[in-house]
Design a protein around this ligand. Structure first.
Ligand code: HEC
Ligand code: HEC
Ligand code: HEC
Ligand code: HEC
Ligand code: HEC
Ligand code: HEC
Length: 262
C-alpha cells in the first residue's frame, strides 16, 4: 500500500499533473488567477464602517520591496487579518502609511499642487469598485521571466536578472546592520524513499526574506529539528507559511522536490 502510494506520487511528479499529487493529500482548491495569486483581502474594520474592504496586492509590492521590509521592519503579520490595521494607524504613518504618506506613494488624504485636499480611497478600498489601477498586472507579467504557477512569474529569476530591484529599507523603520553570513544550501531528505529530496537554498531565500522572516518564528536555527510532513505544509505550516500563499504554490512539486532520484 505504501509502495503503491509512492509510485503514484512519483507518477504524479513525472506527469507534472501536480493536482493529482495534491489530491492525494486531500487538498483541492480553486486555483486563483495569476493576477490574484497572493492578494490579501482586509476586512476587520471596513465593512463594519461602511467602507469597501481593502485588497492588498502582493505581486506589485514584492516587485519593489523585499518581504523582510514589510514583515519584519514594518510589522505586518504573515497571516491574513492578523495585523489589525486601522485607518488611524495608516494616517499616523504606520503599516501601509509608512509608504502611503504622499511622498513614497499616494496617501488617503493629500494635497494637490494648488493646495486643495485630495482623497484617494478606492485603490485600497477596491472590493466591488471599478478602479483604474496605475500598475497593470498583464503588462508587468509580460516583461518578466515566466513560470507556470502562482503569479506566472519566476520571481527568483526576475531578481537574479535584475528585472526587479528590491528595496530592503524604509526610512524611519529599517535599521542597517551587518549582514549575517548565509549558510550553505540544505538538503532535506524525506521519509519517502522514492520522493526526490529537497534542495533548500538559504541564499535565494535570504535575498527576499532576510533571516528574521524565518528564524526563529517559523524554523529553529538548527537542522534536523523540524518534523516536516507534506500534509502540514499543505495545511500552511513550515514552508507552507509562504508557499501557496505568496511564494509559488505547493502543487509545483518538482520545484521543491528537485534532487534527482537514482
Ligand atoms: C494605502 C491604502 C489605504 C488608503 C489609501 C485608504 N485606506 Fe482606509 N484602510 C486601509 C486599511 C488596510 C484598513 C484596514 C482594513 C480592514 O481590516 O478592514 C482601512 C480601514 C478603513 C476604515 C475602517 C475603520 C478604521 O478606522 O479602520 C475606514 C472607515 C477607512 N479605512 C476609510 C478610508 C477613507 C475614507 C479613505 C480615503 C480618504 C481611505 N480609507 C484610504 C487602507 C487604506
Ligand atoms: C509592502 C509590504 C509587503 C511586502 C513587500 C510583502 N508583504 Fe506579505 N503581507 C503584507 C500585508 C499587508 C499582509 C496582510 C497582513 C494582514 O492581513 O494582517 C501580508 C500577508 C502575507 C502573508 C499571509 C497571507 C495569507 O493569505 O494568510 C504571507 C504568507 C506573506 N504576506 C508573505 C510574503 C512574502 C513571502 C513576501 C515576499 C515575497 C511578502 N509577503 C511581501 C505586506 C507585504
Ligand atoms: C514599503 C512601502 C509600501 C507599503 C508598506 C505599502 N505600499 Fe502600497 N504601494 C507602494 C508603492 C511605492 C506603490 C506605487 C505607487 C505609485 O506608483 O503611485 C503602491 C501601490 C499600491 C496600490 C496599487 C495602486 C495602483 O494603482 O496600481 C495599492 C492598492 C496599494 N499600494 C495598497 C497598499 C495597502 C492596502 C497597504 C497596506 C496594507 C500598502 N499598500 C502598503 C508602497 C507601499
Ligand atoms: C514548498 C516546497 C514543497 C513543495 C512545493 C512540495 N513539497 Fe513535498 N515536502 C517538502 C518538504 C520540506 C518535505 C519534508 C522533507 C522531505 O520529506 O523530503 C516534503 C515531504 C514530502 C513527502 C514525504 C512524506 C510526507 O508526507 O512528509 C511526500 C510524499 C511529498 N512531500 C509529496 C509532495 C507532492 C506530491 C507535492 C506536489 C503536490 C509536493 N510534495 C510539493 C516540501 C515541498
Ligand atoms: C525561508 C526560510 C529561511 C530563511 C529566510 C533563512 N533560513 Fe536558516 N534555516 C531554514 C530552514 C528550513 C533550516 C533547517 C531547519 C531544519 O530542517 O531543522 C534552517 C537552518 C539554519 C541554520 C542551521 C544550519 C546548519 O547547517 O546547521 C542556520 C545557522 C541558519 N538557518 C541561519 C540562517 C541565516 C543566517 C539566515 C539569513 C542569512 C537564514 N538562516 C535565513 C530556513 C530559513
Ligand atoms: C518566509 C517565506 C518562505 C518560507 C517559510 C519558505 N519559502 Fe521558499 N521561497 C520563498 C520566496 C519568496 C521564494 C521566491 C519565489 C516565489 O516567490 O515564488 C521562494 C523560493 C523557493 C524555491 C525556489 C528556489 C530556486 O532554487 O529556484 C524553493 C525550491 C523553495 N522556496 C523551497 C522552500 C522550502 C523547501 C521551504 C521549507 C523548508 C521554504 N521554501 C520555505 C519564501 C519562503
Amino acid at each position: 500500500m505504501r509502495a503503491a502510494l509512492s509510485v503514484l506520487l512519483v507518477l504524479a511528479l513525472l506527469l507534472a499533473t501536480a493536482p493529482v499529487g495534491a489530491e492525494t493529500f486531500g487538498v483541492k482548491k480553486k486555483r486563483p488567477r495569476l493576477s490574484e495569486f497572493g492578494n490579501v483581502t482586509l476586512d476587520n474594520q471596513s465593512t463594519a464602517n461602511n467602507q469597501a474592504p481593502v485588497v492588498f496586492p502582493h505581486w506589485f509590492h514584492r516587485s519593489r520591496y523585499t518581504c523582510r521590509v514589510c514583515h519584519v521592519d514594518l510589522g505586518f503579520a504573515m497571516r491574513a487579518g492578523a495585523t489589525g490595521i486601522t485607518e488611524a494607524d495608516i494616517r499616523a504613518g504606520f503599516y501601509c502609511g509608512a509608504c502611503h504618506n504622499g511622498r513614497t506613494a499616494f496617501a488617503p488624504v493629500g494635497t494637490d499642487p494648488d493646495g486643495n485636499e485630495v482623497k484617494t480611497c478606492d485603490p485600497c478600498h477596491s472590493v466591488g469598485r471599478q478602479v483604474n489601477f496605475k500598475h497593470d498586472f498583464r503588462a508587468f507579467r509580460r516583461s518578466m521571466p515566466p513560470e507556470r504557477f502562482g503569479n506566472g512569474i519566476d520571481w527568483i529569476e526576475a531578481e537574479e536578472e535584475g528585472k526587479v530591484k528590491l528595496a530592503d529599507y524604509v526610512e524611519g523603520f529599517s535599521v542597517r546592520h551587518a549582514e549575517l553570513k548565509t549558510p550553505k544550501d540544505l538538503e532535506l531528505a524525506g521519509k519517502e524513499a522514492k520522493m526526490p529530496d529537497i534542495i533548500f537554498s538559504h541564499r535565494k531565500h535570504a535575498i527576499w526574506n532576510g533571516c528574521e522572516s524565518c528564524h526563529p518564528d517559523i524554523f529553529p536555527v538548527r537542522t534536523g529539528s523540524v518534523p516536516y510532513s507534506m500534509q502540514e505544509i499543505f495545511d500552511g505550516r513550515w514552508c507552507g507559511v509562504c508557499h501557496d500563499k505568496v511564494a509559488f504554490p505547493n502543487i509545483d512539486c518538482q520545484r521543491c522536490h528537485s534532487k534527482p532520484v537514482y
